[in-house]
Design a protein. Structure first.
Length: 276
């Protein structure tokens, strides 16, 4: 009877271990090396939450920000987590992107996460007839050219890993099929996201031969600054806001599930595929 009990206990333990390994498989490398993610725009909002959650998963997090000295929350995260490294990076500084890539030339990157962007807050400078073309250039340089440059510069690092993933945090506002037609003062922002989507689709095609998976994700309507929540309540807008923790956790799951067969596709944070 005792022998039977021991056998049952051993079987249950083996089953539990196998289940844990299966659940953690997307987060562990084939040779048991620590997974690594490089995140642009990690100082606040979605980028910071990505850094926090990947750090919790035990990944090496290379968290970049334009002004690391002013990123108090990120500095605190790094102080509490030895696996979080902060680097200065402005994605519009092409030479700076190359310099950081050279600094990490021996570091493989499992997930290259393009998050840095100018947000899509409505503005008269984005309305047809009143377009601010310097503003236009800023959006395009940050939201479209930036991710393209980062993808090119860090492709060798991505190719060194077995996951080989490039990710763009995009927006449904850049989708012709799902974003609607009323720009509501966000015309330039939406154009920059549509351009970024097209560029990443082309990156997916260009890197397929290397087994790279390119994934585009929409975080949903996340209130990163508190203004949307206040407007939604006061003006009774009826917006469905997504808690930032849920959005990022969902996007991490989408990224973990992506494969070369899904490269170039666009997904909602909750997993549904979106159209361009």
């Amino acid at each position: 009877m005792l022998f039977r009990y021991i056998l049952v206990a051993m079987f249950r333990r083996a089953l539990l271990v196998s289940l844990c390994l299966l659940l953690l498989a997307p987060y562990a490398s084939a040779d048991n090396h620590q997974r690594a993610v490089l995140i642009t725009g990690s100082n606040r909002g979605i980028g910071f939450e990505f850094a926090r959650q990947y750090a919790e998963l035990g990944w090496l997090v290379i968290a970049t920000a334009r002004a690391p000295g002013a990123a108090d929350a990120l500095q605190a995260l790094a102080a509490d987590n030895a696996n979080v490294v902060i680097e200065q990076l402005d994605v519009t500084d092409l030479a700076g992107v190359d310099a950081l890539a050279e600094k990490y030339s021996d570091q493989r990157i499992d997930v290259l996460l393009n998050n840095a962007a100018i947000s899509g807050s409505p503005s008269l400078r984005q309305k047809f007839g009143r377009v601010d073309y310097d503003y236009f250039d800023d959006f395009m340089a940050t939201n479209a050219r930036g991710p393209l440059k980062v993808a090119e510069a860090f492709l060798p690092h991505v190719k060194m890993s077995d996951r080989r993933q490039i990710v763009l945090v995009s927006s449904i506002g850049g989708s012709f099929s799902a974003g609607g037609r009323d720009s509501c003062g966000t015309m330039i922002y939406r154009a920059s996201k549509a351009a970024a989507n097209m560029l990443m689709v082309n990156v997916a095609e260009a890197t397929a031969m290397h087994g790279v998976t390119v994934t585009l994700v929409n975080p949903g309507l996340v209130d990163t600054q508190g203004m949307l929540t206040e407007m939604n309540e006061k003006m009774k807008l009826g917006l469905t806001l997504v808690p930032i923790k849920d959005s990022v956790a969902g996007m991490i799951s989408v990224i973990a599930a992506a494969t070369p067969a899904t490269s170039g596709r666009f997904y909602q944070w909750s997993g549904e595929e979106l159209g361009y």
